[in-house]
Design a protein. Structure first.
Length: 94
């Protein structure tokens, strides 16, 4: 299962979260099956998001759309956005 991992700093977590919840990228329509939002305990304005997809093509399409958003008005809400498509190699309960 491909996972699009995104991380960036925001000016204000609560404001960013409202924008995220408004879902401007149409996560469900883009093929996202599940997502996780994390933030650093050391820096409450550093955000990480994992978006899970069924296919690599869906993840790649959304990543391209995100890059376009970051190059435009979305770039004013977040700083230094980075993203990778990853896959789980191993997961274990200990």
């Amino acid at each position: 299962m491909p996972i699009l991992h995104i991380q960036h700093s925001v000016q204000n977590f609560e404001g960013w979260k409202r924008a995220f919840e408004s879902d401007p990228m149409d996560r469900k329509g883009s093929g996202v099956r599940r997502y996780h939002v994390y933030r650093s305990v050391a820096d409450q304005n550093f955000v990480m998001i994992d978006l899970e997809f069924d296919t690599m093509a869906e993840a790649e399409r959304l990543l391209e759309r995100l890059r376009q958003l970051w190059a435009g008005p979305g770039g004013t809400v977040m700083r230094n956005p980075e993203a990778w498509i990853v896959e789980t190699v191993e997961s274990r309960t200990v």
